[in-house]
Design a protein around this ligand. Structure first.
Ligand SMILES: Cc1cc2nc3c(=O)[nH]c(=O)nc-3n(C[C@H](O)[C@H](O)[C@H](O)COP(=O)(O)O)c2cc1C
Length: 296
């Protein structure tokens, strides 16, 4: 978990750039009463990371870079309206103008007013959560990978620390590959052979800057996973999370067999497919809400 700076590394550079420009983006959304000159260091860091991006020859049309441009444009407009730090303001305006054009694609305009919650959203979410039950008996029908892309599009909207989105979704649909991967995992006996599509959810450790962030890889990945489960369920696909509670040697094997880079931490396997006709799921009774909420 460290951002040692050497050479071109898209994942590290994009994470760092998001981390910095997101500070500015957040500052633009504070209550008006809190407005004061803000963001000098984050703006300087954003500018220098964007210069580094260009020097390294990374793609300046990449969404992460375009998003940074969008943030700097809005930040520019905001600091013009913030008096009191003329020298800093002038320097930042020059830097921003030298780097970012006036033309910002609508897709990268920030901040925004989020769309309204649709009517009936709670009832729909409750019903979806009730129908999503871990499935351990899959039909042999193959899964169209475009459904996975659609699910990942929803899961991509999950929150993450400083918006770094550290997750990756590895997919395996070759039966031999699935068999080899599942042989490393102890929670699929009796049904692993019915799994038509296996996913591995990972968190990229190059997204984080030091061990103070040690909870984030798992937490962010878990949020992505939960949204993914519901988005798959919403398209008629059943799932079963498969724990990755393995020793280091098995973890290494999982990386090797699954062709997963070492910098990615494997969080969980996920069986995906269509529920076999008449397949049942355990009740998995939930604790009462009184066990959950502690009102202080
Ligand atoms: C991280 C994680 C790992 C899990 N690992 C396994 C597993 O290895 N095998 C299995 O059959 N179920 C596994 N499960 C499924 C749980 O048993 C199941 O989610 C829980 O009992 C609640 O039931 P539900 O998913 O049907 O609501 C796992 C669930 C999670 C979240």
């Amino acid at each position: 978990m460290s951002w040692e700076r050497s050479g071109t590394d898209y994942w590290r550079q994009s994470s760092e750039l998001i981390f910095q420009h997101h500070k500015l983006e957040k500052g633009l959304c504070l209550p008006r009463t809190s407005r004061r000159f803000f963001g000098q260091v984050a703006a300087e860091n954003t500018v220098s990371l964007m210069k580094e991006w260009r020097q390294c020859g990374l793609d300046v049309t990449a969404p992460v870079y375009r998003a940074a441009e969008g943030v700097l444009r809005s930040y520019r407009a905001a600091i013009i309206a913030m008096p009191g730090r003329e020298t800093v303001q002038k320097r930042l305006l020059n830097e921003i103008d030298g780097l970012v054009s006036d033309e910002i694609d609508i897709a990268y305009r920030t901040p925004l007013i989020p769309p309204k919650v649709p009517d009936g959203a709670y009832a729909t979410l409750l019903a979806l959560s009730q129908s999503r039950r871990s499935t351990r008996d899959f039909a042999s029908r193959p899964v169209d990978l475009t459904l996975l892309e659609r699910a990942a599009t929803v899961a991509q909207l999950s929150p993450s620390a400083c918006n770094r989105q550290p997750w990756h979704l590895h997919l395996y649909d070759d039966p031999e590959a699935i068999k080899a991967m599942l042989a490393l995992q102890n929670g699929n006996s009796g049904f692993g052979h019915t799994v038509p599509l296996l996913a591995v959810i990972t968190s990229d450790m190059a997204s984080f800057f030091d061990s103070s962030e040690r909870m984030q890889p798992v937490l962010d990945g878990g949020l992505f996973l939960m949204t993914l489960l519901l988005a798959l369920e919403a398209q008629g696909l059943a799932t079963c999370c498969l724990n990755w509670c393995v020793d280091p040697a098995t973890d290494k094997k999982g990386h090797r067999i699954g062709a997963i880079p070492e910098q990615e931490k494997i969080l969980t396997f996920l069986a995906i497919g269509y529920r076999e006709e008449g397949a049942t799921s355990p009740l998995s009774a939930r604790r009462p809400i009184e066990d959950v909420i502690r009102h202080h």
